[in-house]
Design a protein around this ligand. Structure first.
Ligand code: GLC
Length: 729
C-alpha cells in the first residue's frame, strides 16, 4: 500500500493536499485527485447522520443500548455484539467509520453525557471498549475512539482547561484510550474539545504526537471533534490529521501558512499520508454488512438491567398477581440520551405496557405524572387508586428527555419532584412497590425504603420495553452490575467542590480518587456501591487459586449457583496494594468475568494480572515491592474471598539522589552501610529530648544531603556521595 500512498501523495498539488485536511461536509472527507472520499456517521448506540450538519432528523437505524447500559452488563461478549452489529449495519449503508466508542471516565455523576460513557473505572471501560472496537472493525468498518482526552464534562466543553496532574492523567483518564489504541489499533481517534493543562487538545503536540505516536505507537488518523479546531496550521503542527466538519477557510489558512514558510509542507504531508492510508484501507477492506437481530438487541438490554433491591423476593412478578404499571415511561420509555448519539430508531420502540401484557394481559396502567414536571393532582389520584386495587405497583420514574444530554451537565441528582411525590403517594396505599429507574446515571431516592424492589435501567435502546418485561416476569434474569457508584448525596461525590469548575479551568483536585476509589478512601458509604447488582438466584464463590510467575498472576475462582433459577454471576477481582510512597486507592478493579450457571451448577472463571495490575504512575509505571491482597467480590463492597501475593519491585529503577531521605536509603542496596551508623546514633541519643520532637522520625525523613550539614562533622559529603553511589549500584 505504501507505494500507492506515496504515488497518490506526489500526484497532489499543495492546494489539493490542504483540501484533504478537512471534510467536504459534516460526514464525508473530500475527494481530491485520485483520492476518493469516505463516509462517517455517529455514534455509540446506533447510526446517525443528518442530511446537513444542523439538520435534526437522521435516517432510521437500529437504536442499541447506550454505552452505560453495555458497560452494566460487565460482559465483554455483549460489548462485542453491539460493536459488531453496529459495524455490520454501517457496512450495509456504505459507511466507512462510526464515531464511537466514547471512553471518557465518569468523573462526576452530573456529567451530561455519562449515559454515553461506560464507567468511573478505567479498567472496566478499557476492557468493554476493546471488545466493542475489535468487533466493529472486524466488519470492515473503522471506529473513532473518543474524546481524546480528559473530556469529562459538558459545561464550557469547548474551552474549559482541564488542570490535571500527570499521575491522575495516566492512572485514570488515559488507560482506556491506551488499552484500545495498543490492543485494537482503532482506525481513528477523535480529539476532544477541551484544553489540557493549557493548549486545546487539537493543538496539543504532547498529546497527539509525543504520547499517541511516539509512546503508544499509534498509526491511525486523528480527527477533530466537530468544530474543535481554532488555528488549523497550529493543529497540523501538533499532529491533527483531519478537521471535521469541512471548513475551506481553514484549508486555505494551511495553504497560506506553508506558502509563507510558517508551516513546513512536510508536516502537511505527514497528515495527508495518514489520511490517504485510511481512505485506501476503507476502500480495500472486505466489509461484512448485516443487521442486528431484534432479539439480540433485546437480550443485551435485559442483561444490562441492574437489580438493586429485591426485598422478600418480590420480583420476578407472577402473572396471577394484579399488576399496575404507573408512569408515562411505561408508554414512551427512555431509550437513549440527547445529543449527537441520538438515533432515529427503525422499526419502532417496544412499549413496556404492551410487552408486560404479553405475559400478563390484565396489567393496568396509570400515567401518574407529567414528564414536563408540572403537578397534576388528577393523574396522581388516578395512580393511587389504581395501585390500591393491585397486588403490585410497578412505577417507572427517570430523567425525562433533555435531562441527560450532550452539551449540558445535570444541575443535581434529583428526580423531578412530581415523581418522588408519586412514589410516596403510591407506597402509602400499596406495600408491594417495584420502582424502575430509567436514567443514564445515579439519582437520589428519598423513597428508597418504601420500594421493596428496585431496578436500574440505563438507556438501553429501542428494545427496552421487551427487555424490562422479560426481567420483571423472570423470562430473563437480571445480571447487570453498577459500573459507577450511586452516592447517598451529591456532597459525597469526589469532585463535588471542583465540578464543573470555573469560567476558564476545572481542577482535578481529587486526583486518582475517582468513583469507588474515593468512597473507599474516605470510608463513605454509598447508596449503592460500584459493582453492585443482585440476581433472582444466588451464588457462592470458592476455591480461589493463584498461580504466580513474577508479576504475572493467574487467578481462578469456582462459582456455584446456590439458588433455584438460572443466573449470571459477575466475579470481580480487586487488587489492594501495600502502603506505598504515593497515596494509593484502597483497592482497584483489575479483573472481572461473567458466567451463566443453572441451578446447582458450578463453573470456574479465570482472570489474569500483569505488571500494570500492581503499578502506579510516578514519572513512569512503578511497582513497589510488597504483599498485595487480591480480593474477589460480588461488588467493591462485598468481598467474598481474599488471597495475597508477594510482588517484587518493577518498573523504572529509582535513581537515588542527595534529596532522597535516609528512610529511602534504608530500602536501597546501601542499607547495610547506613543501618549500623543510624542504630548507633539512636542508641546514643536514646531518651534525649529534641524540642519535644521524635528524633528518629525526624532523622529518617531527612534528605541525606542534610545529614552531613547537621552532623557536626560526624558525617561528610564524601560519605554521602559514597552512599548514593552504592544505592545506585
Ligand atoms: C460532537 C460530539 C462527538 C460527535 C460529533 C459529530 O459534538 O462531541 O461525539 O461524534 O460531534 O456529531
Amino acid at each position: 500500500m505504501s507505494q500507492s500512498v506515496e504515488k497518490l501523495l506526489r500526484a497532489l498539488s499543495l492546494k489539493e493536499k490542504c483540501g484533504l485536511l478537512s471534510g467536504v461536509d459534516a460526514w464525508n472527507t473530500r475527494a481530491v485527485g485520485d483520492v476518493p472520499s469516505i463516509r462517517m456517521h455517529d455514534g455509540p448506540n446506533g447510526l446517525r447522520a443528518t442530511q446537513g450538519a444542523l439538520a435534526l432528523e437522521s435516517d432510521p437505524a437500529t437504536c442499541f443500548p447506550t454505552e452505560s447500559a453495555v458497560a452494566s452488563t460487565w460482559d465483554r461478549a455483549r460489548a462485542a455484539n453491539v460493536g459488531g452489529a453496529l459495524g455490520a449495519e454501517a457496512a450495509a449503508k456504505g459507511v466507512n467509520l462510526v464515531l464511537a466508542p466514547g471512553v471518557n471516565i465518569k468523573r462526576s455523576p452530573l456529567g451530561g453525557r455519562n449515559f454515553e460513557y461506560m464507567s468511573e473505572d478505567p479498567f472496566l471501560t478499557g476492557e468493554m471498549a476493546k471488545s466493542y472496537v475489535n468487533a466493529m472493525q472486524d466488519t470492515g468498518v473503522g471506529c473513532s475512539l473518543k474524546h481524546f482526552a480528559v473530556n469529562n464534562q459538558e459545561t464550557n466543553r469547548m474551552n474549559i482547561d482541564a488542570i490535571i496532574d500527570d499521575r491522575t492523567l495516566r492512572e485514570i483518564y488515559l488507560p482506556a484510550f491506551e488499552t484500545v489504541i495498543k490492543e485494537c489499533a482503532p482506525w481513528t481517534v477523535m480529539i476532544a474539545y477541551n484544553r489540557l493543562v493549557g493548549p486545546l487538545c487539537t493543538e496539543n503536540r504532547w498529546l497527539m504526537h509525543d504520547l499517541l505516536r511516539e509512546e503508544w505507537g499509534y498509526e491511525g488518523v486523528t480527527v477533530s471533534d466537530w468544530g474543535a479546531v481554532s488555528d488549523r496550521p497550529a493543529t497540523v503542527a501538533a499532529g491533527l490529521d483531519l478537521e471535521m466538519p469541512g471548513f475551506v477557510e481553514h484549508d486555505d489558512a494551511v495553504l497560506r501558512a506553508v506558502e509563507s514558510g510558517k508551516l513546513s509542507e512536510e508536516l502537511v504531508d505527514v497528515c495527508v499520508r495518514r489520511l490517504i492510508e485510511l481512505i485506501l484501507l476503507c476502500k480495500s477492506v472486505n466489509t461484512k454488512p448485516g443487521e442486528c437481530p431484534p432479539m439480540l438487541n433485546r437480550r443485551i438490554a435485559a442483561e444490562s438491567i441492574v437489580l438493586l433491591k429485591n426485598d422478600g423476593g418480590l420480583l420476578p412478578l407472577i402473572p396471577a398477581q394484579r399488576v399496575c404499571l404507573i408512569g408515562p415511561f411505561g408508554m414512551q420509555p427512555i431509550i437513549q440520551g440527547g445529543g449527537s448519539s441520538r438515533v432515529n430508531p427503525s422499526g419502532g420502540v417496544d412499549v413496556p405496557l404492551e410487552e408486560m401484557r404479553v405475559f400478563d394481559p390484565p396489567v393496568t396502567y396509570a400515567q401518574g405524572f407529567r414528564t414536563d414536571g408540572a403537578r397534576d393532582e388528577a393523574l396522581l389520584k388516578e395512580a393511587v387508586v389504581a395501585a390500591s386495587k393491585s397486588d403490585v405497583a410497578v412505577i417507572i420514574v427517570g430523567l425525562p428527555e433533555g435531562a441527560q444530554s450532550e452539551g449540558v451537565d445535570r444541575p443535581d441528582l434529583a428526580l423531578p419532584a412530581v415523581q418522588n411525590a408519586l412514589v410516596d403517594a403510591v407506597s402509602a396505599v400499596q406495600s408491594n412497590v417495584v420502582v424502575v429507574l430509567m436514567n443514564g446515571g445515579p439519582v437520589l431516592m428519598p423513597w428508597l425504603s418504601k420500594a421493596r424492589a428496585l431496578l436500574m435501567v440505563y438507556p438501553c435502546g429501542q428494545r427496552v420495553g421487551g427487555a424490562l418485561a422479560d426481567v420483571l416476569y423472570g423470562v430473563k434474569e437480571p445480571s447487570g452490575r453498577l459500573a459507577e457508584t450511586f452516592p447517598e448525596r451529591l456532597e459525597d461525590t469526589p469532585c463535588f467542590m471542583d465540578f464543573p469548575g470555573g469560567r476558564h479551568e476545572v481542577r482535578y483536585s481529587e486526583g486518582v480518587f475517582v468513583g469507588y476509589r474515593w468512597y473507599d478512601a474516605r470510608k463513605i458509604a454509598p447508596l449503592f456501591p460500584f459493582g453492585h447488582g443482585l440476581n433472582y438466584t444466588s451464588f457462592a464463590y470458592s476455591d480461589l487459586e493463584i498461580s504466580q510467575n513474577g508479576v504475572d498472576v493467574d487467578v481462578s475462582v469456582k462459582v456455584t449457583n446456590t439458588g433455584r433459577r438460572v443466573g449470571r454471576a459477575v466475579v470481580q477481582l480487586y487488587v489492594a496494594p501495600p502502603a506505598a510512597r504515593q497515596p494509593r486507592p484502597v483497592q482497584e478493579l483489575k479483573g472481572f468475568a461473567k458466567i451463566r450457571l443453572g441451578p446447582g451448577e458450578s463453573g470456574t472463571v479465570h482472570m489474569t494480572l500483569n505488571e500494570r495490575s500492581f503499578a502506579y504512575y510516578d514519572h513512569g509505571w512503578v511497582v513497589e515491592a510488597g504483599r498485595y491482597e487480591l480480593r474477589v467480590g460480588f461488588s467493591s463492597r462485598n468481598i467474598a474471598l481474599k488471597a495475597s501475593v508477594d510482588i517484587a519491585s518493577a518498573g523504572p529503577r529509582h535513581v537515588y539522589t542527595r534529596h532522597d531521605s535516609l528512610q529511602d536509603f534504608l530500602n536501597s542496596p546501601a542499607a547495610g552501610q547506613i543501618k549500623p551508623v543510624l542504630e548507633g546514633f539512636f542508641a546514643q541519643n536514646e531518651g534525649q529530648d529534641l524540642l519535644g520532637m521524635d528524633i528518629k522520625a525526624i532523622i529518617l525523613s531527612m534528605p541525606i544531603r542534610a545529614v552531613a550539614t547537621l552532623s557536626g562533622g560526624a558525617f561528610t559529603e564524601a560519605q554521602t556521595e559514597d552512599i548514593i553511589n552504592l544505592a545506585n549500584s
